[in-house]
Design a protein around this ligand. Sequence first.
Ligand code: ATP
Ligand code: MG
Length: 658
Amino acid sequence: MSCDFAQHLNEAQLRAVTAPDGAVLVIAAAGTGKTRTLTHRVAWLALERGVEPRRMLLLTFTNRAAREMLERAMQLIGQDVGGLWGGTFHHAANRMLRRHATLLGYGADYSILDEDDSTRLLKACINELGLRDKKFPKAEVLGSVFSLAANRGADVAETVADRFGAHPVDLTAILKVHTLYEQRKRALNAMDFDDLLVNGLKLLQEHESVAARYQERMQHVLVDEYQDTNKLQNDFVDLLASGHGNLLAVGDDFQSIYSWRGAEVQNILSFERRHPEAQVIKLEDNYRSTPGILDVANRVIAGNPEQYQKVLRATRPAEVKPVYVKLVDGGHQARYIVGKVQQLLDSGAAQPSEIVVLYRSHYHSMELQLELTRARLDYYLMSGVRFFEQAHIKDVCSLPRLAVNPADSLAFMRLMEMLPKVGPKKAQALWRDLGQHVNLRDAAKRAQLTKLLPKDAQPLWAEVDAKIFAPGEGEGDVLDRPAELIFRLVEAFYRDYAEETFENAEQRLEDVEELMTFAAKYDDTAAFLSEMALLTNLDAEQNLHAGPPAQTIRLSTVHQAKGLEWKAVFVLWMVDGMFPAARSLEEAANEAEERRLFYVAVTRAKDYLWLCQPRMRKTREGGVMLCPPSRFLAEIDPGLLQEEKAGGMGAVPRWSRW
Ligand code: ATP
Ligand code: MG
């Protein structure tokens, strides 16, 4: 099988693909075919140079990206590239560690702690040291600081001091937690995600024979999204390629968006110094986006003048300009997008899978998820948890669930386990003692429940019960009014519980308010719940394995959208404090990264782009807050955008007073 490379590639791309052995850096802006170049390099090495796929290592940002690239390469080569190592840095490090972990004092069968596991373990360490206190940093926060230190290859104490800055924290105590956490992981024969990188690198650095083995095996190392490598990853790559020097790295410093996780754009900028023989190739033709979209992208990134400036030329003909739309509030924004999506689909302008909605933070998408749900438009979340599957939503729904179905043991146990001194065992015992049936309409049964609770939980629950079942305004039984029921649970109990339990309680409580707005449309708890169950993606698990379904639109954070492209892109919440995120308003370096993030968002679009700017946000107290437009919008010449007036009122009555 042969492949006409010159047909598929432009001159600069072809130069990178057919470069002789040695180091090559392709540095080029979005959509110029960097990833395409990598894929073709794999094919070219196999077809023209006879390199066996098993002697290549392809490092990408996600395993999904690796799979896609391998498939593409396979099509080009016309044969299997099964032996090729392709995946994330974590994936590659893990493969090596599985073989050699004993050299580092681990058992070969070490387990891997996911984020949730490691947070739990950290929590246990904090408790064990008697540090559980409102003022002591939460496990999630410590986890992210420890992780940052690991990824930067930096000192933990310094990183902690850096992170907490002006806030007084007990550094000694934090370091104790760190030490205990490290010991516990060792004792468990477990590694967290960061350990995979740390230990993978250590293996190569400290064990020459292992390093030699992989340097010999991996004759060609190829890296995508090189701008987002951190110090460990960079050292890992340099070490693996150090013998033969065959390294192809492609990246775009404009798109460096992971510095908060320790990525260092310096890795790309210092490449030539570290590899003096390297060929540096620039790609300047963008094949992805219409000129109107590129004009906006170029304007956006011009706000970061210190970046390595690159030209970006359009190859596609001019079409419509990107749309800038001002909306009343988040609800209006959600309805506007649903309307536009429907238009795109009805007119045949785009297939569902060619449409994406992008946002700065996952929680920005919640209102839209609810609106899509109401409109019965299915969607695929590229990351994060679907609205109805979030822990706090399930928490507050446990009460209505039990109200509708007194035999719902899962709901009962979830509800009880939120109480002090009630764990899974105790909850199970309660369930048994109550005859596996708890009818909330039965006051005697409820009294029996309160009596059976541990001493620490009794007065609390008695009060909650009294508040929930107090005769209130509004007609009918509270158990039949889902919004009211949830409202009472939140006021009587859940607000305090959330504040004690979650780092981001405020955000979660906002979601619960959204849920109440949704529930207020039902005057029948059973109907509300069955609607919710139908809307909860029952085959989410399946999707995870099978990849996104073809017939749904995508919702994604900008970070997760990296490297991908869609025909139509909506960017949500273009307001200061959301995009750019609030934390970036404090430091210039952060603002520059937010700008790059916005650049990534804009450059995902092939044909259509909408920038949405709501003018108000709801506040917890039920009021509204004016939102200043994103500073990035002001940086785009108005002539480059077409402003659209969205009709229809924004504010919809909130779960208007029971
Ligand atoms: P990003 O910076 O967003 O990761 P990229 O530089 O990796 O972008 P690709 O995703 O490789 O860019 O390419 C963008 C689009 O342009 C893809 O659809 C790709 O197939 C197409 N493309 C790239 N080069 C060419 C070419 N020479 N001829 C035709 N289409 C091309
Ligand atoms: Mg790419």
